[in-house]
Design a protein around this ligand. Structure first.
Ligand code: TRP
Length: 365
């Protein structure tokens, strides 16, 4: 809870609008403070999509000095993997490519406890939906430990139980508000997700956890737990980065339960095309007005697709922004370009996804 009594609910529907306020209230540092010490800056960092962090300096140093560090993140399998989920995968792969040992946690216990999903369906989704896409996007089996919360080592399972010893009920209430037994178990399990890799590696190791802002309560709790268990385990406090979420195609939240809000990585080109045609833009009511006043790329869900996924070159992205704002391109034309870029991406991605099938075993040892 912050000074004004506000909370972030990791299990609720958070549609965050004021990131600056949030950062100062919860003590998240702006990423811009650290960006210059990052050796190989990712486009999400340059574009302020990754906008905040805690203790990223340790990670920047490990990347620079090529010393060991861990990347851990978790996902709750829910429906199809879409472009919003792709962002998290891109971050995992970036850290793997920059030297991290990756731990990918399938949070099936959490989904079972907080979303009423059955474990079998989730297992299938995690492997045949998420993992296949991760491999197609570039995740490599070397230095990658993928696990299911429901099916992981003994030491990991005991860790989350030990943590209960030094966490009070009132403290959890202050962080999370309304509690259920399932939420308490999920929170302590997540703390074990984040800290266990240091035990697995065998020594205190800097750990980066890339997440959306809604997960910050878990990080705050985990960092407290890490310091309280210093004498037993000598953990290094985990670092984290925070990303903004890509808007859904209708302008509000992208949601796995509403296919009109997203494009899935397995959507056909035709489906992607019709979704883009219907997507919200920052265009004006008439062509005349748009030429005269310019469009508003900051409000446009097509521009979001360019910014997050489809245009890697910053100067090209800036051109689109400037041309749109100056009224030089109209939405119809811009959507055609987007359709072409998406079709191109989907075709290549889906071919890689087919090939990835033969690699699944290497991740599921
Ligand atoms: N709670 C996360 C979610 O809602 C999933 C998750 C489980 C996770 N364990 C984690 C995320 C560890 C980051 C780190 O999606």
């Amino acid at each position: 809870m912050d000074k004004t009594g506000k909370r972030i609910d990791p299990w609720g529907a958070n549609d965050i609008s004021d990131y600056d306020k949030l950062m100062s209230e919860f003590g998240i540092e702006p990423f811009s403070n650290i960006i210059n010490s990052v050796p190989n800056i990712h486009k999400y960092m340059r574009r302020n999509i990754i906008y905040g962090h805690r203790d990223f300096k340790r990670i920047a140093l490990a990347m620079k000095n090529k010393t060991p560090f861990i990347m851990l993140t978790g996902l709750m399998p829910s429906g199809k993997m879409h472009f919003g989920h792709k962002m998290v995968a891109d971050e995992m792969i970036y850290f793997q490519q920059n030297g991290a040992h990756c731990y990918v946690c399938i949070a099936d216990i959490e989904a079972y406890l907080t979303r009423n999903m059955d474990l079998e369906t989730m297992k299938d989704l995690a492997i045949n939906e998420y993992l296949l896409n991760y491999i197609a996007l570039g995740l490599k089996p070397k230095k990658c430990t993928l696990y299911f919360q429901s099916d992981f080592k003994n030491k990991y399972n005991t860790l989350s139980k030990y943590f209960a010893k030094k966490v009070t009920f009132n403290e959890l209430k202050a962080i999370y508000g309304d509690l259920t037994t399932g939420k308490i178990t999920s929170a302590l399990t997540q703390a074990a997700d984040i800290l266990y890799p240091q035990l697995d590696i065998g020594r205190p190791t800097p750990t980066i956890v890339p997440v959306g802002t809604d997960q910050d309560p878990h990080l705050r709790l985990t960092r407290d737990i890490a310091s309280r268990f210093k004498s037993e385990y000598n953990f290094i406090l985990p670092s984290s980065t925070y990303h903004r979420y890509q808007k859904g195609l209708g302008g509000s939240k992208m949601s796995s339960s509403d296919p009109t809000t997203y494009i899935a990585l397995t959507d056909s080109k035709k489906d992607a095309e019709s979704k883009i045609k219907r997507a919200l833009t920052g265009g004006r009511d008439t062509l005349e007005e748009q030429k005269r006043l310019g469009g508003n790329p900051a409000k446009c869900t097509i521009f979001e697709l360019y910014k997050f996924h489809l245009i890697d070159d910053d100067s090209k992205l800036k051109n689109v922004f400037d041309d749109c704002s100056a009224g030089k391109i109209m939405c119809g034309e811009c959507k055609m370009r987007c359709i072409e870029l998406i079709a191109n991406f989907l075709e290549k991605h889906q071919q890689k996804r087919e090939k990835a099938k033969s690699q699944l075993d290497k991740f599921l040892k």
